[in-house]
Ligand binder design. Structure first.
Ligand code: FAD
Length: 404
């Protein structure tokens, strides 16, 4: 059976695009989502920076919590920041905040938009074996069914096995305690534990005085295999002190941060979505808002074609990040990798020297030129400028090599 659009992988990016296409204006299209999992449960907690400059997203009403204060810690040092209220455009009270949204809330909302549409189908428990590009691309399921489409979106995460690749690995547990332990007004973004093997920190999202998500996170080469369970148990024990606690939810992940992760579309009429399209920011591991924005851009670019029934000449919007931000991330991560023992100190310097507005703009990928300059100036000149020059030199040699 032929479809207009087949989306392979119904995680964040696949469901987000399917929910965009479930809108009535696309009702002439036949859309199919193939997802290998059999059902959706809460398997991740999406956190992100919301600023007055971010586009509003369609799942904002599902946010579980917002915070307007955050801190970073190392040993006895703490740098605390509070949300800057932006009034430039006269929108008083639209302040920056750190927000969180539970995975199951997103999955349910997207599934219900799909179910109501009548023209988008979500098939769970279906694993795709291969995608073949061409004038009429097709996907083959592991049961051997071949499905054709005008366009296929590949939302499967890219697989890389190189042990030197940079990864962000983490284990998080949401706990409830029998007495007040947490300050629900303050997110502990990074509580650093300096190490020579990678950048290691704990993260505390306090939902209430007796309820928080606590994570242990490592940014390191994939060959580093931390004992997540023990370190998280010890941190929680020291944090809650004499209070008794119960684990109510657990999540874990390993995200590939390797810098050349933005891969081109791999075949004719096959476009990448999600992490494979480069939505994951290398220096932070964040992808949520970028993924939603990319889905909305694709839907927007489809609007003019949806009525014609001919999608062959349509080119879906590709995910794009500003080249200067990609380059700054490359420089930043390469310097961290050179000497992991100093990596937490660089972050502490940034939080100490930059105001909250600049820091959030940098972390959320929305920094202006002026703010990018402030970030550069807040970092130690020698290692960062040496690395920046070395990367420029490498790129220039590569380009001149190509032209000969
Ligand atoms: C535990 C966790 C916490 C995270 N927290 C944050 C956060 O706080 N903030 C943030 O911005 N980002 C976060 N991220 C990063 C990023 O936002 C998520 O990884 C996000 O889910 C990426 O979306 P995606 O669509 O690329 O991949 P996924 O959501 O992983 O979707 C890929 C889908 O493809 C399916 N699939 C794979 N292979 C096949 C196949 N052969 N056939 C059919 N289906 C297939 C998978 O089952 C999956 O559903 C987190 C990631 C994890 C793992």
């Amino acid at each position: 059976m032929a479809f207009d659009i087949v989306i392979v992988g119904g995680g964040l990016s696949g469901l987000a695009l399917a929910a965009e296409l479930a809108q009535a204006e696309f009702s002439k299209l036949r859309v199919l989502v193939l997802e290998q999992r059999k059902s959706y449960v809460r398997d991740r907690t999406w956190s992100y920076w919301k600023t007055p400059h971010n586009a509003a997203h369609r799942y904002s009403h599902l946010e579980r919590q917002q915070w307007s204060q955050w801190c970073v810690r190392q040993g006895v040092s703490t740098h605390q920041q509070a949300s800057p209220t932006v009034t430039k455009d006269g929108e008083d009270g639209k302040a920056t905040c750190y927000c969180t949204l539970d995975g199951d809330a997103f999955y349910s909302a997207a599934q219900s938009a799909i179910a109501k549409s009548g023209h988008v189908e979500l098939r769970l428990g279906t694993s795709v074996r291969q995608i073949v590009g061409g004038d009429t691309p097709s996907v083959e399921t592991s049961e051997g069914e071949v499905i054709q489409a005008a366009w296929v979106f590949d939302a499967r995460p890219p697989i890389q096995t190189n042990e030197n690749r940079l990864v962000q690995q983490f284990l998080g547990r949401e706990i409830t305690t029998n007495s007040d332990v947490f300050d629900p007004t303050m997110v502990e973004l990074m509580h650093f534990q300096p190490s020579t093997a990678g950048l290691h920190f704990f993260y505390v999202l306090p939902y209430s005085p007796r309820n928080a998500l606590i994570e242990t996170t490592w940014i390191s080469p994939a060959s580093v295999k931390p004992d997540f369970d023990t370190e998280l148990q010890q941190f929680i024990a020291s944090f809650v002190g004499s209070a008794a606690y119960e684990v109510v939810y657990e999540e874990k992940g390993s995200l590939n941060l390797s810098l050349s992760h933005t891969t081109p579309n791999h075949a004719l009429h096959v476009a990448r979505l999600g992490r494979g399209a480069g939505t994951l920011r290398a220096s932070t591991g964040y992808a949520f808002l970028e993924t939603l924005a990319h889905s909305a851009q694709i839907a927007m670019s489809l609007k003019s074609h949806a009525g014609t029934g001919d999608l062959k000449n349509w080119i879906p919007a590709a995910f794009k990040r500003h080249a200067i931000d990609e380059w700054m991330d490359t420089v930043f991560l390469t310097v961290l990798e050179r000497d992991w023992s100093r990596s937490s100190w660089y972050f502490m310097q940034l939080f100490e020297r930059l105001d909250a507005e600049t820091m959030v703009a940098f972390l959320s990928g929305k920094a202006s030129w002026r703010q990018r300059l402030l970030v550069t100036r807040a970092l130690p000149t020698l290692p960062f400028s040496a690395q920046a020059l070395s990367l420029l030199f490498k790129r220039a040699s590569k380009l001149s090599g190509v032209s000969h």
